[in-house]
Design a protein around this ligand. Structure first.
Ligand code: MG
Length: 364
């Protein structure tokens, strides 16, 4: 995608003297409140688990970095890629997917909740940093890429952006980078906090293959560096494979322009057969041994409990909401305002807020 072909912004703005549209988008995302809050939001493990595991913020940075590498290799628009990557998880509520499920249940009668749609709401409405417009007034291309990622394809807000066919290649590679990043770093984090052991991983073929690769290349590797070397090999392998197979599809299907990408029958940025099969097996392992580990389930259940309790309490008495949200609640949008407020919270803030509201001796 070329910057000069951008459909521009909903609220027209003068061009910046030296930053392109997508550079400005990226910068606005980095300066947003929602972006900084990613620091205290769960990826898989709740924030206080350790000082070293991935948070939404460090996950986002890994995705952005991997995406840029791929974009540069394929000659795509790096700035657009980076903007999409940095924004891709802005809509996540506290407590990861558990928080998302809880909010969706709370909002069942009121339009539901989904993090991609909420991300769109943040960048088009909820951020309030600019006097001339609500949200961040990002370009159409970044908004479309966030919308294309949503599973709620029949939602009016999503439909508006998805009539053009397949997503931009820049968005497709962010999606692929997201998936390869979390599959890999979730293994790393799970090992580090002792949810799984290196022995458990021997049942995973992709892991065994990466171990073999590391052994061949680094004969004298110490135990301390072994795990990081295998994790690095897994990322490198997946990125290289993705590049190879994406290039092949672009060549075979004679993809030369954005229009060609739009009208391609399928996504173009996907790994090859072998890696897809290995990834599927790795993901199945993660589901059973990590995402369903009793310690993770306990964090998830607890997170859900906080979300439900806060939701009910604010709905019961919206006077407890901060002014901006209380006003919108009074205007007749009670549940959505409560949901917006809750979804914006970090794990840490939600836990403190729970104590403030329900603990007899905490400071209000
Ligand atoms: Mg992500």
């Amino acid at each position: 995608m070329k910057t000069r072909h951008s459909r521009g912004r909903q609220h027209p703005e003068a061009l910046h003297p030296y930053r392109t549209h997508y550079q400005r988008d990226r910068d606005r995302i980095v300066h947003s409140t929602a972006f900084r809050r990613l620091m205290y939001k769960t990826q898989v493990l709740v924030n206080q688990t350790s000082d070293h595991h991935r948070t939404r913020l460090t996950h986002t940075l890994e995705v952005a970095q991997i995406s840029r590498t791929i974009a540069r290799q394929l000659g795509l628009n790096e700035d657009l890629t980076e903007a999409i990557a940095l924004a891709h998880d802005l809509g996540h509520p506290p407590f990861g997917h558990a928080g998302e499920e809880a909010l969706d249940e709370c909002m069942r009668q009121h339009g539901g909740f989904e993090h991609n749609l909420h991300g769109l709401r943040i960048v088009t409405l909820l951020e309030y940093r600019y006097s001339d417009f609500p949200g961040l007034n990002l370009t159409w291309e970044v908004l479309e890429s966030l919308a294309q990622h949503s599973k709620r394809r029949d939602d009016a807000e999503v439909k508006k952006y998805c009539a053009e066919g397949q997503p931009f290649l820049e968005a497709q590679i962010v999606d692929a980078a997201d998936s390869l990043a979390y599959d890999t770093h979730d293994v790393d984090d799970a090992l580090n906090i002792g949810l799984i052991t290196l022995e458990d991983l021997e049942q995973v073929e992709f892991w065994r293959a990466a171990v073999e690769r590391v052994r061949q290349r680094h004969a004298g590797i110490t135990r301390d560096q072994y795990q990081t070397a295998v994790v690095r090999a897994l990322i490198d392998w997946q990125v290289t494979d993705l590049l190879e197979h994406t290039r092949r599809r672009l060549r075979e299907q004679n993809i030369k322009s954005v229009e060609d990408v739009r009208s391609a029958p399928q996504l173009l940025a996907l790994p090859g057969e072998q890696i897809r099969a290995w990834k599927a097996e790795l993901e199945a392992f993660l589901h059973t041994h990590v995402y369903r580990h009793h310690r993770v389930m306990r964090m998830a259940a607890k997170g859900k409990r906080f979300v439900r309790a806060l939701f009910e309490e604010y709905c019961r008495s919206p006077e407890q909401l901060p002014k901006r949200y209380a006003e919108r609640a009074r205007e007749g949008n009670l549940e959505r305002s409560v949901c917006d407020y809750l979804a914006g919270m970090t794990d840490r803030f939600a836990q403190d807020e729970y104590l403030r509201l329900f603990q007899p001796y905490s400071i209000v």
